[in-house]
Design a protein around this ligand. Sequence first.
Ligand SMILES: [Zn+2]
Length: 423
Amino acid sequence: MPKTPEPLASVTINEERLLAALDDLLIIDSLGGTGAELDAQDAVAKTLRSDGWDVETWDLDVAQLVARSDFPGMEVERTGGRGVLARWAGTGGGPTILIDAHTDVVPPGDINAWSADPFVPRRFEVNGRDSIVARGSCDMKAGLVAACEAMRAIDEAGIRLRGDVLFAPVSGEEDGGLGTYALLQHGVVADMCLVPEPTDLALVPANGGALTFRLKVHGAAVHASRRTEGVSAIEKFFPVYQALAALEARRNASVDALMQRWPIAYPLSIGTIHAGDWASTVPDLLIAEGRLGVALDESVDDARAEFEQAVADACAADPWLRDHPVDVQWWGGQFAPGRTDVNASVVTLLGESHFAVTGRSAEMYGGPYGSDLRLLSGIGGIPTVQYGPGDAAAAHAPNEWVATQDVLTSARVIADFLIRAAG
Ligand SMILES: [Zn+2]
């Protein structure tokens, strides 16, 4: 049970200011790989500076970062990026707390599925709750501005923390983790880290991994009127697809306790299929891309090997595929799984803050997605937990939304956590 049922100090979250800051960030269409991605970084840096943070910015040397052996992957073209690291110096003697929040968003998808422009934030009821609707509202601009507001409120209450608080807005999270990787290469050091990703105000100290793959299935082209003399790459994909479905079932037969709430903890999903180039030609090539979920504590190499073996076994069972095996490529985002000990102080303190503010114990579970947590806890060695407003199911979806009340609650919890951890 949490030891402190009451909030540690009285801080006032300014709702109007918080929601205005969220609107200002949501109108920037900070899609990965676009100039607006830098605009969002610059906008947050400017806000932090005017709030009183000591802000350092630098240009990312993307080519040099991508060339490193442990680079986590990138799925969009990028030649530049902006590093931002803000520091609120403590009075001394306390731990250093890092807040890491991404500013990039994924594309809106089918624009007709939205009720209005995805980059013009609107406020209306979703599922009976007053909400803010825009691309990036849930994932994760709401969490980012809530954390900014938390520090403002602490400062306005006249509270001086002993430890330093670091704030790092990052880009490139959605397609691999460029921003946080660059931050760690820049030499950021902290005792614990909060990532205010949308967890619906639950504690998420672990993430499954996700590896992006590409399959090339070969056939033999011939005029469709003589199709029996050719080999359709589409038909040859069937047994491979079935083998992958069976592999997903095997890999999810028994999962870590933190992941048991999910129907499929480690999904294996095909996201794109392209085959053929003419309607009346038997297609000689099918290219399928997808993502392989990686189990907590499983190595990326082991996950890849099991996947490649399943594809190889499917090929071995088919006379054509035996002689024309499917190619497997690993490209783009390569998210290793990551976890922080559930007894780490960052988890305990945040749980106490949630209880103090809401009067309820926070749920705790592992996320089925890859995130920057694995870089921060893995490469950085920083105990990291995700906690923020918004249901991850609304992320990446049309009419993405976050409940206003949850944004305010998360700001209060984050303020309490910073005081509890660094005060
Ligand atoms: Zn996110």
